[in-house]
Each structure stands twice: as structure tokens, then as C-alpha cells.
Design a protein around this ligand. Structure first.
Ligand code: ZN
Length: 134
């Protein structure tokens, strides 16, 4: 079951610079930064009400976030939907013929279990399914 928008992922060229804007100008507070090797990113979450913003900086010119910025520029890169059981949801969607990037959930920042759906199936947005205990 889908619960809420867990976070909105924003691709940025320079995480520290972007944080300055989101913290100093907008008054949000990052919960720290984390490197997620598997996705070649360094990220920060900024909680905002029921949801969060996730700023993502690529740690590798070949990484998905670097490629995204190269072709589309900085900006909204994905939207994450909170699910109560990511494994189940992925299986359910696969059975319905939905195109998935991850057929098996993987590690996501902050200890979440995540899986991405292909933008070809979602009308143009990279959707992340995200399960976390909180
Ligand atoms: Zn995310």
C-alpha cells in the first residue's frame, strides 16, 4: 500500500552549495549527509512536514545523477513513495507488466529499502518505492 510522498529527490551539482541555500535561505535543517556507494551519490535529507527533500550530488561522472544533470540539468530527479512492503509492491507491479529498474529491492539512504520504477511506465517520472521503519 502507498502511504505518502516520502521524499522528493533533487539532483544538484554541488551538495554543500545547495545545502547553503536550503538551510540558510529556506531555513530547513539537514539530518546529515551520507554516501551511497551503490548509487554513486552523496545525499542529504531535509525533513519538511510529513515528507523530506533529498539533495543528491554525484560522486562519479558515470553515475545516474551525473548523467541526469548532463542531459536535463539540475532539478527534480525522482519522487519517492512510501510503501509498507516494498518487496510485495514490486512483485505486484511486475505481475501487472510495469517496467521496473529494480526487481529486487536494494539499500537506500537512511537505511531504507528501495526500488525504482522505470519512467517509461510512470509517464515520465523516475518513481522510487521506499520502505523504512519510522
Ligand atoms: Zn530517493
Amino acid at each position: 500500500m502507498l502511504k505518502k510522498i516520502d521524499h522528493i529527490g533533487i539532483a544538484v551539482k554541488n551538495l554543500d552549495e545547495a545545502l547553503k541555500f536550503y538551510e540558510e535561505k529556506l531555513g530547513l535543517k539537514a539530518t546529515g549527509t551520507e554516501v551511497v556507494e551503490e548509487q554513486k551519490v552523496r545525499i542529504a535529507f531535509l525533513p519538511l512536514g510529513e515528507s523530506k527533500l533529498e539533495l543528491l550530488e554525484s560522486t562519479d561522472p558515470e553515475g545516474p545523477v551525473a548523467k541526469f544533470i548532463e542531459s536535463r540539468g539540475e532539478g527534480v530527479q525522482h519522487i519517492a513513495l512510501r510503501v509498507d512492503n516494498v518487496e510485495e509492491k514490486v512483485k505486484e507491479l511486475e505481475e501487472q507488466g510495469v517496467r521496473l529498474i529494480d526487481k529486487t529491492p536494494r539499500y537506500g539512504a537512511g537505511g531504507a529499502r528501495i526500488a525504482f520504477l522505470h519512467p517509461k511506465s510512470t509517464y515520465g517520472i523516475l518513481l522510487e518505492l521506499c520502505q523504512r521503519d519510522e
